[in-house]
Design a binder for this molecule. Structure first.
Ligand code: UD2
Length: 314
């Protein structure tokens, strides 16, 4: 019987959480539909019980929640531009799937669901840093869908007593992030292109900023969120980030050093649905989970470049 369920276990964040649980000797079940997850991400996770299935199907959710104590719900169709191109697909895979997971978790007697929220919920408001008590202002279909999932988490704690914890992720990057799709995260795309000597593209003037968060920090916070006392965390939503921001232009310059790329980026018009600046206040996660980042941005970027250089993600 698996104690933990990781949804999106063949995706970047899900596989990283699953690997950490397995390394701790836990019994883990993973589920993935391979819409964006990759079979190659399951290499090294052979000790995990794996189920191929789509969480948009309630029967799949019922099957995978059986006997589980804690669910890490990482499955989603990530990407702002993907949601602009296909808002219905994003809704099915983010909102419907999340509700199905919650209904199945409750029916199976799961104790806790930890949910991957998104910083996109804050929208394009000028006030920085973003704090959890700010009114959400989602501007893309993706942001709306991820935010709906957060609200479902809160409702399931309030009305059914299911322990839920929302970690609002800020631009996660690191090994195992897919660099091959144009819907991929910007750092994965830049690493792959610059290592191959190809010119990266910057949407807008490159002065937009992000609170890029290295995957190990995300895994660390998830492990804390799985075991923190219910009195402290059940029904709570908190930012999960590094707590510093950097522009794309500055990041490009660091990547030139790390990859040896000596060209210039191509500047093209900005992307619809994009946010200008993003920075988290991480005080609440510190207070509720005892979270502090374990790897800083530059070291995370260095490790990420080394992973892609060694052939990761290709
Ligand atoms: C949003 C969320 C993030 C996560 C993610 C999932 C915000 C602030 N962040 O990330 O937390 O949920 O969605 O997908 O809403 N860009 C380029 N060149 C490229 C690719 C991207 O310039 O080749 C730009 C892009 O226009 C944007 C920035 O890089 O200004 C970051 O883009 P992204 O797709 O990596 O992530 P973002 O911020 O949409």
């Amino acid at each position: 019987m698996s104690k933990y369920l990781v949804t999106g276990a063949a995706g970047f964040i899900g596989r990283s959480i699953a690997a950490a649980l397995l390394a701790r000797g836990e019994s883990v079940r993973g589920v993935d539909s391979f819409i964006t997850g990759k079979r190659s991400n399951l290499v090294g996770l052979e000790a995990m019980e794996f189920v191929e299935g789509d969480l948009a199907d309630p029967a799949v959710c019922a099957r995978v929640c059986e006997g589980v104590e804690v669910v890490y719900h990482e499955a989603a169709l990530a990407s702002v531009p993907r949601s602009v191109a296909d808002p219905v697909g994003t809704n099915v895979n983010c909102v419907d799937a999340t509700l199905n997971v919650l209904v199945a978790a409750r029916a199976a007697g799961v104790r806790r669901v930890v949910y991957a929220g998104s910083s996109s919920a804050y929208g394009d408001t000028p006030t920085l840093p973003k704090r959890e008590d700010m009114l959400p202002r989602p501007i893309s279909p993706y942001a709306v869908a991820k935010l709906a999932g957060e609200h479902y988490m809160g409702a399931f704690t309030r009305v059914y007593g299911l322990e839920t914890v929302v970690l609002r992720y800020f631009n996660v990057f690191g090994p195992y992030q897919d660099p091959t799709s144009h819907y991929s995260g910007v750092l994965a795309i830049f690493c792959r292109k610059m290592l191959a000597g190809e010119q990266p593209t910057i949407y807008g003037d490159g002065e937009q900023s992000r609170d890029f968060t290295f995957i190990e920090n995300v895994v660390h916070a998830n492990l804390l969120a799985g075991s923190a006392p219910a009195e402290k965390v059940a029904g709570q939503m908190m930012n999960l980030a590094t707590g510093m921001r950097i522009t794309l232009n500055e990041t490009f310059a660091i990547l030139c050093d790390l990859t040896g790329y000596s060209g210039r980026p191509a500047y093209v018009p900005e992307r619809a649905g994009d946010i200008r600046d993003s920075l988290a206040d991480i005080g609440l996660a510190r207070e509720l989970l005892g979270y502090t980042p374990v790897v800083d941005f530059r070291e995370g970027l260095r490790r990420t470049v080394e992973w892609y250089r060694a052939g990761g993600g290709s």
